[in-house]
Write a protein that binds this ligand. Structure first.
Ligand code: PHE
Length: 527
């Protein structure tokens, strides 16, 4: 093997560890917190379908491209791309994609830590039995109280950032491998428990049909790019996280019992990761929406959705304290393994520039922590200071997730498809089937960039010229608004029907039908 193939930061023990680490990066707040709430805000089914399509035809090929570039380069994303550009005799400026990734990493890490720290706080809330018998109104009030307390949020944000940077500082290989090996499977189990609970609630059917009934009239311009951005965000694409992890991926497995080493296939590995990630996102949706409909909550309630909805389940189910605590511990762990992967590309790059790992991690952590203060304040002191798309938090989230990740992803696709020498890419991917390789190549060269650029152009057009974009006179737009309104009204009345049904069926039993009537605390069995 050529010397260039030796990764400078070490190597995962085997392919399985890479899968775990990359799944650890992919599965995180994007699946459990963000996917359900943006699905709620964007009308459900049609949005979900678009998101799934983006995962399959844009996400998977670009993820394979990132792993391929990383493994071929063996260094931090910036230097891997610089090296491959050199090898392919093109300008080293292409490593600028990596620099953009560094900026995305800071932006995402800053707000990611703030949201993860809510989950951290909820571990405590759950341990002290704070969710027991809680009503929808109380749950909302509890979350609002957290948001209203900048000091509490700052404390939790600081703690989470320190946790992240300690691992990155020590090198992601050691501790992370062990942690994800146990935590990831546990997270799956707990999600299954939650979905099981959701299936017993009266709003289950409505929740599931909200997620899977494809009503395209609900899809607007902004929903389209949000779905694209979410596909990149949830798979950790477009900023180098997966590329950095790809650099530590072995090329060959050592066969069991000393058998022949097998080549490690990038494509099948990537497909496994994307499937696991999608399962967790859909599972979180199926766990949450039934509760929303059963409790008369709003589907479009925004970033607080998970934190308002799930305590209701834990407050009512038997063993809720245990399950609740375990669940939030797992959410924190999932967020932790993701935020570690956000820090890694930047830290690896600083290490290559001669900085010690510990120092590099401290520096990156400090920068993201400082930026995160803006997100902390967005929920209290700066709540009313809105610009562009909303608060400081909204803007950082929008810019990084919806704009920079897709842009970075498309540039990476172009790099893999057009800039890199074809033979280099083909060899590194080492796909068994040549036709499938050609499909991949067509997807990264043409389809992915074209699709993302087209969807962006469409959305920006619709945002800038809302009326012209529908190419119809005012009254039609008005009709659409009314149609949307009446659809929403119908949904509400359906929700109300469900609530009535609950009231009739169960009286004041386990499910609080309406906040005002559900003050009777329910003590679950086993407490
Ligand atoms: N994929 C992570 C999640 O879904 C977030 C993330 C984005 C991590 C980009 C790394 C890079 O929570």
């Amino acid at each position: 093997m050529k010397q260039e193939n030796k990764p400078v930061h070490g190597m995962w023990a085997n392919r399985w560890v890479f899968i775990l680490a990359a799944t650890g990066s992919a599965v995180g707040l994007g699946n459990i917190w963000r996917f359900p709430y943006i699905t709620g805000e964007n009308g459900g089914g049609a949005f979900v379908l678009l998101y799934l399509l983006c995962i399959a035809v844009v996400g998977v090929p670009i993820m394979a491209a990132e792993v391929m570039i990383g493994r071929k380069g063996g260094m931090s994303p910036i230097n891997s791309m610089r090296k491959l550009a050199l090898d392919s005799k093109v300008s080293q400026r292409w490593s600028g994609i990596g620099h953009m990734g560094v900026l995305s990493a800071f932006l995402i890490l800053s707000f990611y830590s703030v949201v993860a720290s809510w989950a951290l706080y909820y571990v405590w809330e759950s341990v002290i039995g704070g969710f027991q018998g809680i009503t929808a109104a109380e749950s909302g009030a509890r979350f609002d109280a957290l948001l209203a307390d900048p000091w509490l949020m700052m404390g939790c944000h600081t703690l989470f950032m320190v946790l992240t940077m300690v691992v990155v500082g020590r090198g992601v290989k050691g501790g992370l491998e062990k942690a994800v090996e146990i935590l990831m499977p546990l997270l799956f189990v707990l999600l299954v428990v939650l979905v099981g609970y959701a299936a017993t609630t009266p709003g289950f059917k409505q929740g599931v049909s909200f997620l899977f009934a494809f009503d395209f009239s609900k899809l607007n311009g902004q929903a389209v790019i949000t779905a694209v951005g979410q596909a990149f965000f949830t798979l950790s694409l477009g900023m180098g996280a997966i590329m950095a992890y790809g650099a530590y991926m072995p090329r060959e497995t050592v066969g069991k019992k000393g058998g022949k080493p097998q080549p490690v296939s990038i494509m099948s590995t990537v497909i496994i990761i994307a499937l696991l990630d999608t399962l967790v996102a859909l599972g979180s949706g199926v766990a949450m929406f039934p509760l929303i409909f059963s409790n008369g909550l709003e589907v479009g309630q925004g970033p607080g959705m998970m934190f308002v909805t799930l305590p209701l389940a834990f407050g009512q189910m038997p063993g809720g304290v245990l399950f609740g605590t375990l669940f939030f511990v797992l959410v924190v762990s999932a967020a932790w393994s993701s935020s570690i992967s956000l820090g890694e590309p930047v830290v690896a790059w600083l290490v290559e520039r001669g900085l010690g790992r510990g120092k590099a991690a401290a520096l990156v952590g400090l920068g993201a922590w400082l930026l995160g203060i803006g997100s902390v304040l967005s929920f209290n002191l700066w709540k009313d200071h809105t610009f562009l798309v909303g608060t400081f938090f909204d803007n950082v989230e929008f810019l990084s997730t919806t704009v920079m990740l897709p842009l970075g992803g498309v540039l990476i696709a172009i790099f893999a498809g057009w800039v890199m020498k074809e033979t280099h890419a083909r060899k590194e991917l080492a796909m068994k089937s040549f036709p499938l390789y050609l499909v991949w190549r067509a997807l990264v060269r043409i389809f992915s960039p074209a699709a993302v650029i087209a969807l962006f152009t469409y959305t920006i057009w619709k945002m800038v010229f809302p009326d012209e974009a529908v190419a119809a006179p005012e009254p039609v737009a008005q009709e659409q608004v009314e149609a949307a309104d009446s659809a929403a009204a119908q949904e509400e009345s359906e929700a109300a029907e469900v609530i009535e049904a609950v009231e009739q069926e169960q009286g004041e039993a386990d499910v609080p039908a309406a906040p005002a009537e559900s003050d009777v605390p329910v003590v679950p069995e086993g407490q």
